[in-house]
Design a protein. Structure first.
Length: 489
């Protein structure tokens, strides 16, 4: 049994690796910038948690103290406010902090998940990740850098990009990079290598390329996805005139991946990225049955989505243009400009039935009021570079704290009673949507509240502009949610 620390516990990879480490009998410590994000994960009571950011040297020391191995699974390409311009500096600082803390604590091994990349000039994103690997390998602590191809699994950004591009566009004008060769890897195989890193020889201090069993073109990935999903393969027309910037805007519009994440993903595809060696096989054997073919990885991802068994998603790890602070309590509103729209409905329907509708709001279930208006507002948000409505939900029926619901994030969840969603749309201010269900002697009371803290004049003008629509949308929403609850079996 090893004492293991994981930086990036709430991320797509980290959230899936931790249960595997626990099942293997390891003692696990995790790092999260906000421990409340871990409240609803099934393994929360089995780990020791450290709150803070790896940008803080003291937090890095606390994470590393007394551990044998540290997984570094974080990066700053989250699109959060202020991070896009200086993500390279932030990643450099974090890597230096972790490397120094690991050396001082006597950590025996660092493991960093990076990306496959070609030789020569790289995109800013890949260049920064390569630099992070070099910093860690020169830290004085033996480091293994696993350079992975596009990770394909339910909820991964790469999979969602392929899925939505293929679902939406039967005939697809595409940039010329769709003909570049890449080597995707199934999430289960990436986790296999990460878990296997716990038993690597202590003297290893190097990079390893990891990829799936096939080298494909991006166009082939879309066609293979279509076959696995039961669609007609799209007709793809490669156009040399689509620059990475234009392609990033296109991906932003037709997929859930927002502009801040789409651009670096697209830039990373400008060159062929395939494994140049498979030295990892000498230290970590292939999984039983071999590495997972791409089409099988797609089928497994689709099966998990269909079974409502998606453990983590890219969106959970990427807070986009969101206010950093939670909703102030009502007494603290004194002296602040705040706009609210509040609705109440008393119904004979049991509170449990009303709550079931509330917890399933958004995604494919929609918002029970003027769906066309919500769709238009979603496209407006996408055009402005926001997340839009097509980000969807991790699960169609249940929520966890920190889950995403379209352009909202679950900020408060008291199951059966209170759901508060914080807006991550592009809006001149801070916005929340709150639902409260209270059981009565006969039936229940449903309370719905929209809250907006405007930023400057534009925030006030924005609220006035949408006020007529809110009068219809929110009134209908309250009525139809309680009506939908009455129809539940």
């Amino acid at each position: 049994m090893a004492r293991i620390a994981v930086a990036g516990a709430t991320g797509y990879i980290g959230g899936r690796l931790i249960p595997l480490l626990l099942d293997a009998g390891h003692e696990v410590r995790v790092l999260s910038r906000n421990l409340s994000k871990l409240r609803d994960v099934p393994w929360r009571d089995q780990v020791t948690a450290v709150e803070g950011s790896i940008q803080d040297a003291e937090t890095a020391r606390e994470l590393c103290a007394g551990t044998d191995l540290v997984y570094y699974l974080v990066h700053s390409m989250s699109g959060g406010a202020g991070s896009e311009a200086d993500f390279e500096r932030i990643e450099r600082l974090c890597a230096m902090n972790l490397g120094q803390a690991a050396r001082e604590a006597g950590v025996q091994r660092l493991v960093y998940l990076s990306g496959l990349h070609p030789q020569g000039k790289l995109s800013r994103h890949l260049s920064s990740r390569t630099e992070v690997g070099q910093i860690l390998m020169s830290s004085g602590t033996p480091t293994v850098v696993l350079q992975a191809g596009l990770v394909i699994g339910s909820g991964s950004a790469s999979f969602e990009m392929v899925r939505h591009l293929t679902d939406v566009l039967p005939v697809m004008p595409a940039p010329k990079w769709v003909m570049n060769k890449i080597q995707p890897i199934a999430i289960r195989d990436a986790l296999h290598y990460l878990l296997g890193a716990t038993s690597l020889p202590p003297e290893l201090n190097r990079t390893f390329d990891i990829g799936g069993p096939e080298v494909l073109r991006y166009a082939d990935m879309m066609r293979s996805y279509a076959q696995a999903a039961g669609f007609r393969p799209p007709t793809i027309i490669a156009l040399p005139v689509l620059t990475p910037w234009l392609a990033g805007q296109w991906v932003n519009l037709v997929t859930p991946v927002p502009r801040s994440l789409a651009l670096p993903l697209v830039e990373s595809l400008q060159h062929s990225c395939i494994a140049s060696e498979k030295d990892i096989a000498a230290f970590i054997p292939d999984p039983d049955g071999g590495l997972t073919p791409y089409k099988r990885a797609v089928e497994l991802a689709l099966n998990k989505i269909e079974a409502d068994a998606v453990e983590t998603t890219w969106a959970t790890a990427h807070a986009l243009s969101a206010p950093a602070d939670p909703l102030p309590s009502d007494p603290e509103w004194a002296g602040s400009t705040v706009f609210t729209d509040e609705r109440k409905k008393t119904t004979s329907v049991p509170a449990s039935a009303v709550w079931a509708v509330v917890e399933g709001i958004g995604g494919e279930n929609g918002y029970y009021s003027l769906p066309f208006a919500w769709t238009v507002r979603g496209w407006m948000d996408k055009l402005a570079g926001g997340v839009g409505l097509i980000r969807g939900r991790r699960s169609p029926n249940s929520l966890q704290l920190n889950d995403t619901v379209d352009w909202w994030r679950v900020e408060t969840l008291e199951r059966g009673h209170l759901l508060r969603l914080r807006a991550e749309m592009m809006v001149p201010g801070k916005a929340w949507l709150e639902f409260e269900v209270t059981a009565l002697e006969e039936g229940s009371e449903f309370r719905q509240r929209a809250i907006f803290f405007p930023r400057g004049l534009w925030g006030r003008l924005y609220w006035l502009a949408v006020l007529p629509f809110h009068g219809v949308i929110f009134k209908n929403m309250a009525s139809r949610i309680t009506a939908a609850a009455a129809l539940r079996p």
